[in-house]
Design a binder for this molecule. Structure first.
Ligand SMILES: *Cc1c(COP(=O)(O)O)cnc(C)c1O
Length: 421
């Protein structure tokens, strides 16, 4: 089995499990930091380049603190995410607020923090103007419609609820000008989990092209192009990570032929990538509770889709390592399940694995994005802890596991005593 490896040894993980019972997610700081540096380095040519980490991937302030040190900003889309940014001490233009169907309080909070406001719809210009007044700097989210094919997670741009049409962009920026807005950005995000480098180069081309046309027609200068997220990760052994050097080179060529050539430089390139930043560096660690044989063979874990719902939600593949059995023949066909009363509570279906025994430790790979964060409490399952494996081998608990008291905290049992039926 080539490809997928673990950032910890069997002995090391067994020690961690003695202290922190399974299931838990554990993140590899070293891997994350190395990737963050690689990402920044790829775009060194662009002055002011910035990646705004899409915090929804793994909304943990410890992770944000690590990434901020690498120069990353934060991409928020809700009140809780803005408050998390504030808790980490982030302010101003290191916060990108890319929301949709946005409540007024969230715009207020974003403006109070000095965040860059990225509007999802033309009607939000008036909404913002009426509720908070216009900030100096405004960005619009573009939906290229039929110009660009989507993919399975995000769907077809024409069916997507996000963003402005091309015509609305022209109308919208004109309106911003008339409202006294002086600084402008343009954003688009049409892919999710995309592995083809050309896809991102084409996206840049579409955005640069628009920036040129908007400048010609409205005379406005753009400060930045936010190329969104959507950078895929190699969930499968046979996949390769997106070559960001190649992406960067393609974008640079277009930057020169379109932006520089039209006198529109400097233009800062922004990304708001989430999955690529933390996804490959998270692992869901779980123990085998039961083995079951009926029409098929089942491995029952102490984790469930409440800890990781991607397989059930999208049929997503997550690689599985049975700790210490990496080199044994993978000849047993299993469904790997959780304990929810839902038949789609499966981490893998018809997966060839080594022979599994009760008590084996099963590590599910690439859970660092949309893993713990998509967790839910169905069947009264409480969310797991999140641990951080530091570069020096130390382990820090960056979120404790939920207790049953947390789960019951919103119920009024005193009220129940007085409640007559
Ligand atoms: C989810 C999201 C991102 C991050 O997407 P990834 O696929 O995790 O890179 C960025 N921007 C917006 C607006 C998003 O909704």
């Amino acid at each position: 089995m080539q490809g997928k490896t673990l950032p910890f040894s069997k002995e090391q993980l067994e020690k961690i499990i003695e202290k922190y019972p399974t299931p838990f997610h554990i993140y590899d700081e070293k891997g994350m930091v190395e990737y963050a540096r690689y990402f920044n380095q790829c775009f060194e040519w662009n002055e002011g380049f910035k990646e705004f980490y899409a915090i929804k991937a793994a909304p943990n302030p410890y992770i944000m603190k690590i990434l901020r040190k690498e120069g990353f900003g934060i991409d928020c889309s809700s009140m809780a995410e803005l408050l998390l940014a504030e808790k980490v001490g982030m302010r101003g233009e290191e916060i990108m607020f890319t929301s949709n169907d946005t409540p007024a309080e969230e715009f207020k909070k974003a403006i109070e923090l000095g965040a860059i406001i990225n509007l999802d719809d033309i009607s939000h210009i008036d909404f913002l103007n009426e509720t908070t007044g216009m900030p100096d700097l405004v960005c619009f989210r573009y939906n290229p419609g039929a110009l660009k094919g989507g993919n399975i997670i995000i769907g077809n741009p024409e069916d997507s609820k996000y963003g402005f049409t091309r015509e609305q962009l022209f109308e919208g920026y004109k309106k911003l000008k008339s409202l006294g807005v002086k600084r402008f950005g343009l954003h688009t995000m049409v892919a999710s989990n995309e592995l083809d480098p050309d896809y991102f180069i084409e996206t840049a081309e579409i955005v640069f092209d628009l920036i040129v046309d908007l400048h010609k027609e409205l005379g406005i200068r753009f400060e930045f192009a936010n190329l969104g997220g959507g950078i895929g990760i190699p969930y499968r052994n046979e996949h390769r990570p997106v070559n960001m050097k190649k992406v960067s080179k393609g974008i640079k060529e277009r930057y020169e032929s379109m932006i520089v050539a039209n006198g529109l430089a400097p233009l800062r390139i922004y990304f708001e990538s989430g999955r690529a930043i933390t996804g490959p560096f998270g692992f869901l660690v779980s123990k085998v509770l039961h083995l079951k044989e009926t029409y098929k063979k089942y491995v029952g874990l102490d984790a469930s889709m409440a800890n990781l719902m991607r397989p059930a939600l999208y049929g997503a593949y997550h690689h599985i390592t049975v700790l210490g059995k990496e080199d044994q023949p993978h000849t047993n066909l299993y469904d790997v399940t959780g304990s929810l009363c839902e038949n789609n509570d499966k981490f893998a279906i018809n997966r060839l694995l080594p022979e599994i025994k009760r008590g084996d430790i099963v590590v599910i790979h690439d859970t660092g994005a949309h893993g713990h964060s998509m967790g839910f409490n169905y069947n009264g399952k409480t969310r797991s802890a999140e641990l951080l494996l530091r570069e020096n081998g130390e382990v820090v608990q960056i979120r404790r596991r939920e207790t049953i008291d947390d789960y019951f905290a919103t119920l009024d049992f005193d009220g129940l005593k007085k409640f007559d039926v």
